[in-house]
Design a protein around this ligand. Structure first.
Ligand SMILES: [Zn+2]
Length: 479
């Protein structure tokens, strides 16, 4: 079973490279561990994900505003947020082979998720000995004592090297929102409850990244900080859990059975949180966190008020009272959602042969929701010359104004279909002699129409060329 599971991820990684979705980073220089570059189709897929999220969580809502804050922030931000003091993992070295591991991960592999929650480093060291944890690489059972390893990347700012110029690359986008709370209140004046949404890169110097793009040191986040009146946070917490889950299933078409909501236990909760859940997905390597939804109370704004001495209050005119708002935060990684959509869409399908003397065929297909798919349609002329080609190119140019579409005239129509299936292209548009109304045995009623073949059902229908744009808009928006 475990082997089959690893193969499923391997097949996906290889498809991603072969078809230009995701390449290993810095490959011509022998790579850079666990970095990945998004190729032509991967970056299109990523853009679609971000656009859909932004539309759903920001622009289509009257109660959420957008923000784009800096990656480099004053180091005091990370003092206030607790990242300087607490944002670290327990790290151990194997004394035999020198490989470095996260102690909590080693224990979780044997004892299950959350087994080190609330344990201090001394207790973790004892657990490693008691449970006879062995090095995954060399099988030795001799580790160093766990020590704290801060996950923030450091760099120098300005031309002069030396003390005082050190800055961190942000480990989350959320703090950029909190430190702009006052700016937004004073200048844009929204009424509570309201949220601020942001998409941006974050960096964490993970000790053990892995599982393809599941855990990387450089990643992109989509976060909303939703500010509400103290006492209403439980209701909003419930609301956002449902809202996020509905978006995955209804708008992006993620398989419902492969999603679950896991509520954190009391021991797992951060000291400031009064409720945290993970939406988890059944990845090829097991259940993993996709989306964290956390009720963070007034912790962050209070911390910034204490550190900066600048009031972080909201004045509610209707009730004539001042308070520091509570916050509910749905926090999602773009790359991780992209992996979910790839894993969920990937299928090797057996196509039954209609002729019993011939063997069954297979096809690799990415069953993306049309709204997510990088290529929306491919225009395929049945012959690559004359009026058929001319008409196909006209259609291609017209559709390019609104959609990312491809034109392909090489090899047989069957091979072209397979290529598009692998990219997850939902519609293939075939231009033939019937379209132009010229040639032997053409059906005059089909003049000015094309064949549209749907990826999943492989069913075909004739659509008038003049209706094509509208037809595509309608079918891409379907849910
Ligand atoms: Zn070892």
């Amino acid at each position: 079973m475990a082997k089959k599971v690893q193969d499923a991820l391997k097949d996906l990684v290889s498809l991603c490279k072969r078809r230009g979705f995701i390449f290993p980073g810095s490959e011509i220089y022998d790579g850079l561990a666990n970095t990945w570059d998004y190729g032509p189709y991967g970056c299109e897929l990523k853009r679609n994900i971000k656009d859909l999220w932004w539309k759903k969580f920001v622009t289509s809502r009257s109660d959420v505003l957008g923000l784009d804050s800096s990656i480099l922030l004053n180091p005091k931000v990370w003092q206030a947020s607790g990242h300087v003091g607490n944002f670290s993992d327990p790290l151990v070295d194997c004394k035999s082979c020198r490989e470095r591991f996260r102690a909590d991960h080693l224990l979780e592999e044997k004892l299950g998720e959350g087994c080190t929650m609330g344990k201090n480093f001394k207790e973790i060291a004892e657990m490693i000995v008691e449970n006879e944890i062995e090095c995954p690489k060399c099988k030795a059972k001799d580790f160093t004592e766990p020590r704290a390893f801060n996950l923030m990347f450091k760099t120098e700012m300005g031309a002069v090297e030396g003390a005082g110029n050190m800055v961190y690359l942000r480990p989350e986008t959320a703090q950029g929102i909190f430190i702009n709370f006052k700016n937004i209140m004073d200048n844009v004046r929204p009424k509570i409850p309201f949220g601020v949404g942001q998409i941006g890169k974050s960096f964490r110097n993970e000790i053990t990244p892995g599982n393809f793009i599941f855990r990387t040191r450089e990643f992109e986040q989509m976060e909303v900080e939703f500010f509400c009146e103290p006492g209403t946070e439980a209701e909003w917490y419930k609301y956002w859990k449902q809202f996020c889950m509905d978006w995955l299933v209804d708008d992006l078409g993620v398989t419902k059975e492969k999603l679950r909501l896991r509520e954190h236990t009391a021991e797992e909760l951060s000291h400031y949180s009064n409720g945290t859940s993970d939406i988890e997905y059944a990845f090829p390597f097991g259940w993993g966190e996709l989306w964290g939804i956390a009720s963070r109370t007034d912790y962050d704004l209070t911390q910034h008020q204490n550190e900066s001495k600048v009031k972080q209050e909201y004045f509610d005119a209707a009730q004539n009272k001042r308070y520091i708002p509570y916050v509910v935060e749905p926090s999602l990684g773009v790359d991780r959602l992209l992996l979910v959509l790839l894993a969920d869409a990937y299928e090797v399908e057996t196509l039954k042969s209609e002729d019993p003397s011939k063997p069954d065929d297979t096809r690799v297909v990415l069953r993306f929701h049309p709204a997510v798919a990088p290529v929306k349609a491919a225009i395929l002329p049945l012959v690559k010359k004359g009026k058929v080609k001319e008409e196909a190119q006209n259609i291609y140019k017209k559709l390019l104004n609104h959609f990312y579409v491809e034109y392909d005239e090489t090899q047989s129509i069957g091979k072209r279909y397979r290529r598009q299936d692998e990219l997850g292209t939902p519609y293939c548009i075939t231009v033939d002699f019937d379209t132009i109304g010229e040639g032997d045995d053409v059906n005059p009623e089909l003049k000015g129409t094309v064949t549209v073949r749907e990826r999943d059902s492989m069913k075909q229908e004739r659509v008038a060329i003049e209706d094509l744009e509208l037809w595509l808009f309608k079918n891409i928006a379907r849910s």
